[in-house]
Write a protein that binds this ligand. Structure first.
Ligand code: GLY
Length: 275
């Protein structure tokens, strides 16, 4: 909400963006950097993802995440996974170690255990109310998601998205974030991650709608505007971050605000929530 102080979160986002930029400058791939950045946001408890997630109506936390490499179109995702610290890293594991794109529920957890991903030891005492959400506004906040997009020094694009989903969601509900297409997309031209009400993002096509419009000749800004307008027409709110192969960064939303940060080799770190 405008007027509230999100400076702690903005500072954290600025630091993460700077760390991501340093890694990219050192030659790390965009895929590694988006996984690292999203994993940090999952682990810190400041966002509605990973440690900052809220329980579903059955009283336990189910998480969604996905990751995609633009050049290879390789992708991995987990949906309604329970009990892992970093769903985005399990999603990367699905990309790396299986012939599949998505694992869900018990199968996703079994895979995470088999591959040795870090588990939540004590779920009753692990999850926290995110710093960016004020106690009294928890019922106003309908959703939260973290995402990252990057262009590396080799010209590779990648996108990653992770969420605890919408607050008060039904057990087993899966949103846009683990879906390659609506929630996350990367190809040779764009890398895209969405936040917002997943049902509306899915029904608008979300990230891949933007990618298709850009491939058909639209500017990225126009493509974003058209998809956000469709989400709004359907009754939802959303935000999106996009990185392009020619080094541009676009971030837009039709919600009250979107905590976000950006940096490039030609522009300093920028972090904000509104404007
Ligand atoms: N965009 C997050 C969700 O709807 O689950």
């Amino acid at each position: 909400m405008a007027g509230r102080d999100y400076s702690v979160v903005e500072k954290h986002l600025a630091e993460l963006a700077a760390e991501g930029e340093a890694r990219l400058q050192a030659g790390t791939s965009a895929l590694d950097v988006v996984e690292f950045t999203v994993a940090e946001m999952e682990s810190c408890g400041m966002y509605v993802a990973g440690k900052g997630s809220a329980p579903n109506t059955a009283g336990y936390v189910e998480l969604d995440a996905s990751i995609m490499d633009g050049a290879s179109r390789e992708a991995g995702a987990v949906a309604a996974i329970v009990g892992v610290v970093n769903p985005i890293s399990v999603a990367r594991g699905v990309l790396r170690a299986t012939p599949h794109v998505m694992l869900a529920g018990q199968g996703a957890l079994a895979f995470a255990k088999l591959e040795g991903f870090e588990l939540v030891e004590d779920p009753d005492n692990y999850y926290v109310l995110p710093v960016g959400i004020y106690e009294h506004e928890i019922h106003e906040q309908k959703h939260g998601t973290v995402g990252a997009v990057a262009l590396d020094t080799h010209g590779g694009l990648a996108a990653a998205t992770s969420t605890g989903g919408t607050l008060g969601k039904l057990e087993g509900r899966i949103g846009d974030s683990p879906l390659i297409g609506p929630g996350t997309w990367a190809d040779d031209d764009v890398a895209i991650s969405f936040t917002g009400t997943g049902e509306h993002i899915i029904r608008s096509g979300g990230a891949i709608s933007i990618a298709h419009k850009v491939a058909a000749g639209a500017t990225v800004a126009t493509a974003i505007d058209e998809v956000l307008a469709e989400i709004e027409r359907l009754g939802g709110d959303a935000g999106v971050i996009v990185a392009t192969a020619d080094g541009r960064i676009e971030m837009a939303y039709n919600s009250d605000g979107m905590k976000r940060a950006a940096v490039s080799s030609s522009s300093p770190v920028y972090a904000t929530t509104f404007d």
